[in-house]
Design a protein around this ligand. Structure first.
Ligand SMILES: Nc1nc2c(ncn2[C@@H]2O[C@H](COP(=O)(O)OP(=O)(O)OP(=O)(O)O)[C@@H](O)[C@H]2O)c(=O)[nH]1
Ligand SMILES: [Mg+2]
Length: 448
């Protein structure tokens, strides 16, 4: 059982305002539930922002009355409140009630669920970055403090931010070293990215090798010095809840004979300040380092939701992805042909507007497996590749080479009376190594 199943944030009333349309509270309700709240009511308003309460004054009063009436413990506010709005709105509520805006809500989810030291450090950093401008504001004499006092609250927060940043840098360096080692071992690195609840973890399970959490390096000593795969995990829980995955997880997969490492990343969500997104650097680093990125999209959404989620995803990918991006249009088991076409039209349109190197979108159902083979083919084609035809004398060593090749790429073997010919395709570094190994088995020639 997930630790968050036992959580209760108490009873909450959701409040939302939108200038142009009646607010849609679906996502903020689901975020509230993910943080452990039981949503017992809502107040929405279509209007321009009020400087004092964000909501209009009358609506803010209505909200306070409703909170008292239903005996709620908290108000969950869709959107960002300025420090002033936060204080004024809180004053209006019954004294025991708390107020949580979108940003704080997401921080709460991560604070409750983050398990590893790295994830906790990221949450602490994001929280401090959130608090810094508020501390600045309340420390009116901060300018003076900065110049004269070492003990100012602003300086204190700034110092803690620096410390956490340094700590995260060390963690990121270690992760980068590990990725580099795995690349040298010949693994392709593939990241699964996308909006929260898109189906990333479900797809990871489908693509990953069964039980292949640890690399099988029993038959060649040059593979893994040991211990470097301790972060590979077997479980990537899937649940119909936002932010089910709060840390990156990596598993092995075999794609066209090639050895790949698939990394499931933390989901994205719209309308978060840039510095919160930056705080989840492990996810961004995995996206940045991947040889290919699968951008998973939940196509079972109305056009507006789909567009907003895609735009959020494309923004992150444009900033961070270096490898090709494969749009994966998921949950097509829920769609009829017309809905599927409509979803593809939105995907094409949003991708065309973004600055991302994309491949053709692939329609799949991670749940029932539809389209997953076609996706595998697309991924293999997107990965850096090379080919070689290798000819070696038939011997025990040649057999060992053949099994080495089968483990690392697509090997098509033809046996002649005296020699073996292998048409091989795989990662360029692996193909180069294969040529060297083949040359070593031929007595009279030095290269392949
Ligand atoms: N119908 C349908 N449901 C799916 C499909 N793929 C995933 N789901 C469901 O969607 C929900 C979210 O799936 P996850 O794999 O947890 O999504 P995620 O992208 O990892 O979500 P986060 O970790 O929260 O960011 C779960 O209830 C899945 O069972 C699909 O192809 N079809
Ligand atoms: Mg997940």
């Amino acid at each position: 059982m997930n630790v968050r199943d036992r959580l209760t944030g108490g009873r909450a009333v959701v409040a939302a305002r939108d200038e142009d349309s009646t607010p849609d509270t679906t996502e903020i309700r689901r975020l509230a539930e993910a943080a452990g709240y039981d949503v017992v009511g809502e107040v929405t308003q279509r209007r321009a922002e009020d400087l004092r309460y964000n909501l209009g004054e009358g609506k803010a009063g209505e909200l306070a009355d409703l909170v008292a009436e239903v005996d709620a413990d908290a108000v969950v506010f869709e959107g960002a409140l300025t420090p002033g709005q936060y204080a004024d709105l809180l004053d209006l509520l019954p004294p025991a009630a708390t107020l949580v805006d979108r940003y704080r809500l997401v921080l709460e989810i991560f604070a409750e669920g983050a398990g590893s030291a790295a994830a906790r450090t990221q949450v602490r950093l994001a929280t401090l970055r959130y608090e810094l401008p508020r501390v600045r504001r309340t420390t009116e004499e901060s300018v003076l403090n900065r110049a004269t006092e070492k003990g100012s609250p602003v300086l204190d927060v700034e110092r803690r931010i620096d410390t956490l940043e340094a700590k995260l840098d060390d963690i990121a360096d270690a992760a980068a070293d590990r990725r580099e080692r795995r690349r040298e071992e010949g693994f392709d690195l593939v990241a699964l990215a996308g909006y929260t609840n898109a189906g990333k973890s479900t797809l990871l399970r489908r693509l990953a090798d069964d039980l292949a959490v640890e690399p099988d390096d029993s038959n060649d000593g040059d593979d893994d010095p040991g211990g470097s795969h301790a972060d590979l995990t077997e479980t990537a829980p899937t649940e119909d809840r936002l932010f089910e995955t709060l840390e990156t997880t990596t598993r092995r997969a075999t794609l066209g004979g090639r050895r790949a490492l698939l990394t499931d990343t933390v989901g994205l969500v719209a309308d978060l300040p840039h510095d919160l997104v930056r705080s989840f650097s492990a996810t961004l680093d995995e996206i940045g380092a991947a040889d290919a990125v699968l951008a998973v999209v939940d196509a079972n959404a109305d056009e507006e939701q789909l567009r907003r989620r895609l735009e959020t995803t494309v923004e992150v990918l444009a900033a961070d992805a270096t490898g090709p991006v494969i749009p994966v249009v998921n949950k097509v088991d829920r769609l009829d042909d017309a809905e599927r076409e409509a979803a593809f039209a939105v995907v094409d349109e949003v991708l065309a507007a973004g600055d991302v190197d994309t491949r053709e979108p692939v329609a799949i159902s991670a749940l029932d497996g539809t389209g997953v083979d076609a996706l595998r083919t697309t991924v293999i084609e997107a990965l850096p590749g090379a080919t070689a035809t290798l000819r070696v004398p038939n011997s025990g060593e040649a057999q060992a080479l053949v099994s080495w090749l089968h483990d690392r790429g697509d090997a098509d073997v033809t046996y002649g009376p005296e020699s073996i010919e292998v048409a091989f395709a795989g990662r360029p570094s692996i193909v180069a190594e294969a040529r060297r190994r083949a040359a070593d088995l031929r007595p009279d020639d030095g290269d392949g």
